[in-house]
Design a protein around this ligand. Structure first.
Ligand SMILES: Cc1ncc(COP(=O)(O)O)c(C=O)c1O
Length: 387
């Protein structure tokens, strides 16, 4: 037994331990002024730190939609959509998402985190097997834990081991699910979508995809990586967020009517949380409408990402090879990640240091996130500073 005093002193020791290991975190005041610039601690910086891949968070039409709706509607939604009802902008957004993804239906959650958590908690039962990529995002991991299913973690993108696990264990469980981010948020890797799909077919499993960083950026009309790989919708459950390329906030699931009706009855983060504010819902629907015709910006973004990645590799930096706007520069440990990030800050550039527990202890990096508003000159400035 410990006393509350013991508890507080052990928590204080824990923070000190994190500090010693270069793992202490702080909320640093900032004021973004454009998709690529922010004030941080009073200093104006070029930044490569947002997930606003298409700069929709700054899009004038989307922001106008937000302000107009905010002026004419309540600020908060004031209740869960199951209590007060699905407002007009909620229904419009759901229809927009379903149309965009060409699915029968969709559901909007308070966040992408809630969408992942709620879907897993609602569908996966304690009699099931969950196979999860070791670098999956925390919300998939937490959803697995909540489901109380048997969880087996396979090495990152290792479909051989995944196949072995399915072959060894599938027959012992009621149902099996393979979970994967489609675009991994820290390393910028693309998941082996076709291989996962064929393993799911072979072993009668379903795949659950977190398209958080891929939707808006890849695929026809920005529908995401599942669309880019022409994935079979009968194998995959698609989860996305409104907080990255869509530039707003919230999460969604797009799929069959049966899936959405089931989630409506079972997904606790949806049932027991207040709906998103009407102005946010309206702005997200407008953003989705606009971004579908932004192929030029998507093309430019991926082209610039490939260029930057190539130039980093030529200069001897360790990076990843997939052509995506998330570009890691790997370093040896948390102290080095902080040191590199700080050196860039001194030159007027902000690239965040990514340390455990966000990445495994041997996976420290600084993460360059490009968006469509970055220019070749911005990339050159970053390359010069890194050099
Ligand atoms: C891969 C991934 N999935 C889900 C989320 C959660 O999305 P949201 O910020 O909308 O809760 C994030 C956010 O950081 C993410 O990186």
């Amino acid at each position: 037994m410990i006393t509350p005093m013991d508890l507080w002193s052990s928590l204080s020791e824990d923070l000190q331990h994190r500090e010693d290991q270069g793992l202490r975190r702080f909320l640093v005041p900032c004021r973004p002024s454009s998709p690529t610039r922010t004030l941080r601690q009073g200093k104006s910086l070029l930044h490569f730190a947002s997930n606003d891949y298409l700069a929709m968070a700054w899009n004038p039409e989307v922001r106008r939609e937000f302000t107009q709706f905010a002026a004419q509607n309540s600020l908060g939604a004031t209740a869960s959509p199951l209590i007060l009802g699905a407002s007009e902008p909620y229904v419009h957004l759901v229809d927009s998402i379903a149309q965009w993804h060409q699915t029968e239906s969709a559901l909007v959650f308070p966040s992408g985190y809630a969408a992942n958590l709620g879907t897993l908690q609602a569908l996966v039962s304690p009699d099931d097997l969950v196979l999860s990529d070791t670098l999956n995002h925390a919300c998939l991991i937490d959803g697995c834990r909540l489901s109380k299913a048997t969880i087996k973690v396979f090495p990152h993108r290792d479909t051989q081991t995944l196949g072995q696990l399915l072959s060894n264990f599938r027959h012992r469980f009621r149902m099996a699910y393979v979970l994967t981010d489609t675009l991994f948020s820290m390393d910028g890797h693309i998941a082996p979508i076709p291989q996962i799909e064929s393993l799911c077919r072979e072993f009668n499993a379903l795949a659950i995809a977190d398209e958080a960083h891929a939707s808006g950026v890849f695929g026809q009309h920005g529908r995401g990586l599942l669309d880019a790989y022409r994935a079979d919708p009968s194998v995959w459950i698609k989860i996305g967020t409104l907080s990255k390329a869509i530039g707003c906030t919230g999460g969604y699931v797009a799929g069959t009517q049966l899936l959405c009706d089931t989630l409506l009855h079972r997904a606790r983060p949806l049932i027991f949380s207040t709906a998103l504010p009407p102005a946010v819902l309206a702005a997200a629907a407008r953003s989705i409408q606009i971004l579908q015709s932004m192929d030029d910006q998507r093309h430019k973004l991926l082209h610039m990402s490939a260029y930057l990645r190539k130039e980093l590799a030529l200069r001897g930096f360790r990076t990843s090879s997939d052509s995506t706007p998330i570009i890691p520069v790997y370093v040896d440990d948390p102290h080095e990640a902080l040191r590199l990030s700080k050196k860039l800050l001194d030159q007027g550039i902000f690239v965040p240091a990514i340390r455990p527990p966000t990445v495994p202890p041997n996976g420290c990096l600084i993460r360059i996130s490009l968006n469509a508003a970055h220019t070749p000159e911005d990339c050159q400035q970053l390359l010069d500073a890194l050099e």
